[in-house]
Design a protein around this ligand. Structure first.
Ligand code: NAD
Ligand code: SER
Length: 333
């Protein structure tokens, strides 16, 4: 079946925020060569020794896969390519094609090539967007949400993530060689990159704006609350899930937790280091409503127990040891 094809780790969406962090984390280490796919070129940061080829193209393009799968045999797939939540609502047809159809096609290809002798592990970053709390009052009253509660997404993006989680689990049940694992990520904050098109973007945007000494228009209300995780902790969690023994897993989709922070709390914390911080509130009701439907905190007991998710940063060191020094270095040298 392999026909001389080279075994590789495949990363789609590799030019994105998580993709860049994941690639940097993987590229210097041991393992199969890495092949990446994205609409965009990779950043100039230098992808490292293991990186073999970047294919700039669309995951919806069959010719791209024909070319790649003719030469390579993916043994591990990180399928990151997606259109994030806010943008997905404004381009619903395209978002469905990329987030649902694109993932479904890649899963079908993986299932076709996977066998017990040549298994394929498929890792999918899902999101807190799969949850839908019916009102702000319900959100305020809810405890940290566990994986089987409130699965009633309020956005197309959330519905697409939940669909892929379930499709992946079902296809894997029907195909011995396919091992599907999903992780529901909270909002992520990176010291090195900025997000685009997401709904949790206000937190990283305002922290980076503070370091650049620029005013920031915050599009959610002061009380808007989400769980946030440092990018390196999230990437570490994804990798622990990807490389743990299957026998230790008790489910296919896991929450990764984060620090439950409101916009006002983030502003107060950032102002300790950047006292000139200038944030005005210019509410985008659509985005604020999306945040109101997502949980303020998630329960990640299963991830800690089953694959040892253990974030390095607590709420204070997220800022004092990771974000503030990293962002200062980036903008102030
Ligand atoms: P990102 O927007 O930075 O990266 C996504 C990448 O996918 C981009 O580089 C984009 O060019 C690429 N892409 C989009 N459509 C494509 C297509 N048709 N073909 C090829 N490439 C395409 O997002 P990210 O934050 O790096 O997120 C990566 C994954 O993690 C996504 O699936 C996202 O839904 C998920 N996720 C992210 C967060 C977060 O806070 N960043 C939280 C939960 C889940
Ligand atoms: N952080 C992501 C977004 O806002 C959630 O998946 O879209």
């Amino acid at each position: 079946m392999s026909g001389g094809r080279i075994p590789v780790t495949l990363i789609t969406g590799a030019a994105g925020e998580i993709g860049q962090a994941l690639l940097q984390r993987l590229a210097g280490g041991p393992g199969d060569p890495i092949v990446t796919v994205d609409l965009r070129p990779l950043s100039t940061a230098g992808p490292g020794d293991r990186h073999r080829e970047h294919c700039q193209g669309d995951i919806l393009d069959s010719a791209l896969w024909d070319g790649l799968l003719h030469r390579y045999r993916p043994t591990l797939i990180f399928h990151l390519a997606a259109i994030l939540s806010t943008r997905a609502e404004s381009v619903p047809v395209l978002a469905h094609r990329v987030n649902a159809d694109g993932a479904a096609r890649l899963l079908a290809m993986a299932a076709e090539f996977a066998s017990p002798d040549e298994p394929i592990r498929f890792v999918f970053p899902s999101s807190i967007a799969v949850y839908g709390l019916p009102s702000q009052e319900a959100k305020d009253a809810a405890a940290a949400v566990s994986e089987d509660e409130h699965l009633d997404p309020a956005t197309l993006y959330g519905a697409q993530k939940l669909y892929v989680e379930r499709l992946g689990a079902t296809i894997a049940r029907l195909n011995d060689g396919l091992d599907f694992r999903a992780v529901r990520l909270p909002g992520l904050i990176s010291a090195d990159t900025l997000p685009q098109g997401g709904t949790s973007d206000w937190a990283p945007e305002l922290i980076h704006a503070a370091a650049r000494r620029e005013p920031y228009s915050c599009f959610v209300s002061q009380g808007a609350r989400l769980p946030f995780c440092a990018m390196p902790d999230a990437v570490e969690g994804v990798l622990r899930l990807a490389f743990c023994e299957k026998a230790s897993l008790s489910r296919t989709a896991y929450n990764l937790g984060g620090h439950s922070l409101s916009a006002a709390e983030i502003i107060a914390r950032v102002a300790r280091d950047f006292p000139d911080l200038d944030v005005r509130f210019q509410l985008d009701r659509g985005r604020d409503r999306i945040v109101a439907s997502w949980p303020g905190a998630v329960d990640d007991t299963a991830a800690r127990r089953d694959f040892g998710f253990a974030p390095e940063h607590d709420e204070e060191t997220l800022f004092s040891r990771y974000l503030i020094p990293g962002i200062r270095r980036r903008y102030q040298g």
